[in-house]
Design a protein around this ligand. Structure first.
Ligand SMILES: *[C@@H]1O[C@H](CO)[C@@H](O)[C@H](O)[C@H]1NC(C)=O
Ligand SMILES: *[C@@H]1O[C@H](CO)[C@@H](O)[C@H](O)[C@H]1NC(C)=O
Ligand SMILES: *[C@@H]1O[C@H](CO)[C@@H](O)[C@H](O)[C@H]1NC(C)=O
Length: 126
């Protein structure tokens, strides 16, 4: 390759990259998976009930969303298709895609609330 072609290829390559960044593409972070929870005011088996709404604030479709379930306990059962608790991790929505702006909601009952932050997320259609 001549020096001129090399330079041209590098410029083209850089152009593609900056074009990608400039085209509204944005990288999503786990914190774009918003966890909002509050007490429902109901008691289940003597423990406060919490309602959790997990919303995809990322402009991409997300899937395989895993939450940090360290220490998680509930006396109110949650369907495993909504939250599959495995040790310190929970798989949300059976790992199925959640569109931008869409939410998954579930309730649990425990003496305290758990942060349930997303620790692993796959991003699609960004
Ligand atoms: C969290 O949910 C509560 C109850 O639905 C709502 O009032 C509040 O605005 C929400 N907060 C955020 C940051 O979305
Ligand atoms: C999970 O949550 C626990 C306690 O809430 C915290 O100590 C730990 O650092 C978290 N793990 C990750 C991977 O965020
Ligand atoms: C829950 O997760 C475990 C471990 O990944 C898996 O073996 C099991 O089939 C899952 N259960 C459901 C109901 O999805």
């Amino acid at each position: 390759m001549s020096a001129a072609i090399k330079t041209l290829s590098i410029l083209l390559f850089l152009g593609l990259i900056s074009g990608g960044y400039g085209g509204g593409l944005r990288f999503c972070r786990n914190s774009d998976v918003n966890v909002n929870q509050s007490q429902t005011g109901t008691q289940i088996k003597g423990k406060p009930e919490w309602v959790v709404t997990i919303t995809n604030k990322c402009p991409c479709v997300i899937e395989q969303v895993t939450l940090n379930c360290t220490g998680f306990q509930t006396v109110e059962p949650i369907p495993s298709s909504t939250l599959n608790v495995t040790g310190d991790k929970c798989l949300l929505n059976n790992g199925k895609p959640i569109n931008n702006g869409a939410s998954v909601t579930f309730k649990y009952a425990s003496d305290k609330s758990f942060p349930l932050n997303a620790i692993n997320v796959a991003y699609n259609n960004c």
